[in-house]
Design a protein around this ligand. Structure first.
Ligand code: F6P
Length: 547
C-alpha cells in the first residue's frame, strides 16, 4: 500500500484545531492546573519502566481529542501498518523503511517484495555475535598475534552518530576495548585518533551503506596508508572489516569478503544502528547487551503498533510537537537528558529528526503551505541550566522541551543523584509556574530592599512560566531502556512525517552540497577557479593565495 496523501490543513480536524487554538492560546497552564486537579492523571502514560508525564503542556482534553482526530484523518493507523509491513513508504527511493525488522522477534515474518527478511537479519546477527565474541575473548588477533585493544569506527552520519551515541550512553556496560570514532573528512580529526593507536592491536570497522561516501573513503584510505607503514598488504584483511550493502567496492578496498557484514537498502542510514552498523556497539558492550538494546526497541515497536493513539507514547509526543510547531509557531524543541551519558542524544536525533522531516514538498509532489520539521537541540542537565536555560525561561521564543531522567543512578551515588534529580523536577516546575510580580515583591520585602530598587528590578525578576515540558522518567539507563527510548523518538519522527504529509525516509537535500564540493575539489586540485558567484570566486582566490 502507498501512503495516503492529503494536505493536513484541509482536514476537518485541522480546522477544528485552529478554532480550538484561538480559544485556548491565552489560557495559561497555571490556570489549567488550578481548574483541574486530576490533570496529571489524564495526561500521563505509564508503560514498562517508563513514565511520561505530559500534563505540563498547553493542552486540554479537547486538544488531545482533536489531535488524535487529525492523526486518524491523516491515515496514521494504515501508515503504521505499511511501515511495519514492508510497504514502499520511502517512495522517492522506491524502498521500504524497515529498521523495525532488524529488531523483530525471530518468529516474525516481514516480507519485502514477497521475501521474509527476518531469517537474513538473524544470520547477520549470528555473524555479529560470533565476531564480537572472538574479538572480546581475544581469540581473534591482529597480524602479530596480539589481541585487539582498540576499535575504530570509520563512518559518518547514520554510520557514526548512532553507534557513537550508544557507546557513549552505555559506557557503564562497556568492556576493556578502547573505542574511537572517525567521521569528519577533516584530516586533523583522523590524525588525532591515529596518534593514539598501535596498528598491531587495532581493529578498524568501516561503516558505509553505500561505500561511496567521500569522508569515510578518505579516512579509510588515510588509515590504511598509516597501517601499511608498519604492516603488510595481506595484514589488511585481519584488521579491517566493513559494514555495507556495496560488496564490490568493499572487496576492491581489500577487505576479506568473510569480514563484510551486510545490510540492506531498506535500512535508512539514520535508522541503521540496529543493523550491522551497530557492530561497534556490540564490540564495545558485548553481544548480549547489544541484543538487549534491540529487544528494548522491539518492546517500543510493539507498544507503538498496538496501543490506542491517546495512550501511545510516540504518537502523543508527535502530536504535541505538531501542536506547537503548527499552531503555536514554535520553531525548535530542546532535549534535556539529566544524565551525562546521553550527551550525544541531541546530535543523534538532530540527524534522525531534521534529515527525516526537513522537507518542503508534500507526498503529492507539491510545495507544502505549512511548517514541517522542527529544529532539535539540547545538552544534558544540569550543564544546560548554566548555558541556555535563561532563554527558555525568559526569552521571547517558545521552546517545548523534553526532560529525560532516571530514577536510579548507575553507580548508586544517592547524594549526587538526589541533587541531579532535584534540579530535574525543579526545572519543569519552574517552567510551568514561573514567578509572579507578587512573589518577587514578597522576596524583596523579606530582604528589606528599598522601594526604588525593588521597582526597578521587579520586571527583570518576573518569570511568566507557562513553558511546556514533557517529563520522561525511566527506571534506569540500561541497554534495554535505551533501545526503547531511541525507538520512541524514531516513531515520533515517523508520526510527524505522516501528519505533515511528507516523505520522512529520503534525504535529497544533502546531495547538492556533495555535488558542488566535488566540482570545487577538482578546481582546488588544479588551482583553477571556474565560474561561480562573485562571493565564492573571491573566497576561493583568497584560499589559493593564502594556502
Ligand atoms: O548525510 C547523508 C547520508 O546519506 C546519511 O543519510 C547517511 O547516514 C550518511 O550520509 C552516510 O552514508 P553511508 O553510510 O552510505 O556512508
Amino acid at each position: 500500500m502507498a501512503l495516503q496523501t492529503n494536505n493536513p490543513t484541509t482536514t476537518a480536524a485541522w480546522s477544528k484545531l485552529q478554532k480550538h487554538f484561538d480559544a485556548i492560546q491565552n489560557v495559561s497552564m497555571q490556570e489549567m492546573f488550578k481548574e483541574d486537579t486530576s490533570r496529571t492523571e489524564k495526561f500521563n502514560i505509564q508503560w514498562n519502566n517508563f513514565l511520561i508525564d505530559y500534563s505540563k503542556n498547553n493542552i486540554s482534553q479537547e486538544t488531545m481529542t482533536l489531535l488524535v482526530e487529525l492523526a486518524n484523518e491523516m491515515g496514521l493507523k494504515e501508515a503504521i501498518a505499511d511501515y511495519f509491513g514492508g510497504a514502499i513508504i520511502n517512495k522517492t527511493e522506491n524502498r521500504a523503511a524497515l529498521h523495525t525488522a532488524l529488531r523483530a522477534k525471530e518468529t516474525e515474518v516481514v516480507n519485502v517484495n514477497g521475501v521474509n527478511v527476518v531469517p537474513e537479519v538473524y544470520e547477520v546477527k549470528a555473524k555479529i555475535k560470533a565476531f564480537t565474541n572472538e574479538v572480546v575473548s581475544g581469540q581473534r588477533t591482529g597480524y602479530t598475534g596480539k589481541t585487539f585493544t582498540d576499535v575504530v569506527n570509520i563512518g559518518i552520519g547514520g554510520s557514526d552518530l548512532g553507534p557513537a551515541m550508544v557507546v557513549e550512553a552505555l559506557q557503564f556496560y562497556k568492556n576493556d576495548l578502547n573505542v574511537h570514532f572517525v567521521s569528519n573528512v577533516d584530516g586533523d580529526h583522523v590524525n588525532e585518533i591515529i596518534k593514539k593507536l598501535n596498528p598491531e592491536t587495532t581493529l578498524f570497522v568501516i561503516v558505509s551503506k553505500t561505500f561511496t561516501t567521500q569522508e569515510t573513503l578518505t579516512n579509510s584510505e588515510t588509515i590504511r596508508k598509516w597501517f601499511l607503514t608498519t604492516a603488510k598488504q595481506e595484514d589488511v584483511a585481519k584488521h579491517f572489516v566493513a559494514v555495507s550493502t556495496n560488496m564490490q567496492k568493499v572487496t576492491e578496498f581489500g577487505i576479506n569478503p568473510d569480514n563484510v557484514f551486510p545490510m540492506w537498502d531498506w535500512v535508512g542510514g539514520r535508522f541503521s544502528l540496529w543493523s550491522a552498523v551497530g557492530l561497534t556497539i556490540s564490540l564495545a558492550i558485548g553481544y548480549d547487551n547489544y541484543e538487549q538494546l534491540l529487544e528494548g526497541a522491539n518492546d517500543m515497536d510493539i507498544h507503538f503498533q498496538s496501543t490506542d493513539f491517546d495512550k501511545n507514547i510516540p504518537v502523543v509526543l508527535a502530536l504535541l510537537s505538531v501542536w506547537y510547531n503548527n499552531f503555536f509557531g514554535a520553531e525548535s524543541e530542546a532535549l534535556i537528558p539529566y544524565t551525562q551519558y546521553l550527551q550525544k542524544l541531541a546530535p543523534y536525533l538532530q540527524q534522525g529528526t531534521m534529515e527525516s522531516n526537513g522537507k518542503s514538498v508534500g507526498r503529492d509532489g507539491k510545495p507544502v503551505d505549512y511548517q514541517t520539521g522542527t529544529i532539535i537541540w539540547g545538552e544534558p542537565g544540569t550543564n544546560a541550566q548554566h548555558a541556555f536555560f535563561q532563554l527558555i525561561h525568559q526569552g521571547t521564543k517558545l521552546i517545548p522541551s523534553d526532560f529525560i531522567g532516571y530514577v536510579k543512578p548507575l553507580y548508586g551515588d544517592e547524594d549526587h543523584h538526589d541533587k541531579l534529580m532535584s534540579n530535574f523536577f525543579a526545572q519543569t516546575e519552574a517552567l510551568l509556574h514561573g514567578k509572579t510580580a507578587d512573589q518577587v515583591q514578597a522576596e524583596f520585602d523579606k530582604q528589606g530592599l528599598d522601594a526604588a530598587t525593588a521597582a526597578y528590578l521587579l520586571p527583570f525578576k518576573v518569570f511568566t512560566g507557562n513553558k511546556p515540558t514533557n517529563t520522561i522518567l525511566i527506571e534506569k539507563l540500561s541497554p534495554r531502556t535505551l533501545g526503547s527510548l531511541i525507538a520512541m523518538y524514531e516513531h515520533k519522527i515517523f508520526v510527524q512525517g505522516i501528519i505533515w504529509n511528507i516523505f520522512s525516509f529520503d534525504q535529497w537535500g544533502v546531495e547538492l552540497g556533495k555535488q558542488l564540493a566535488n566540482s570545487i575539489l577538482a578546481e582546488i586540485n588544479t588551482k583553477t577557479v571556474k565560474e561561480h558567484d562573485s562571493s565564492t570566486t573571491f573566497l576561493l582566490n583568497y584560499f589559493f593565495e593564502n594556502k
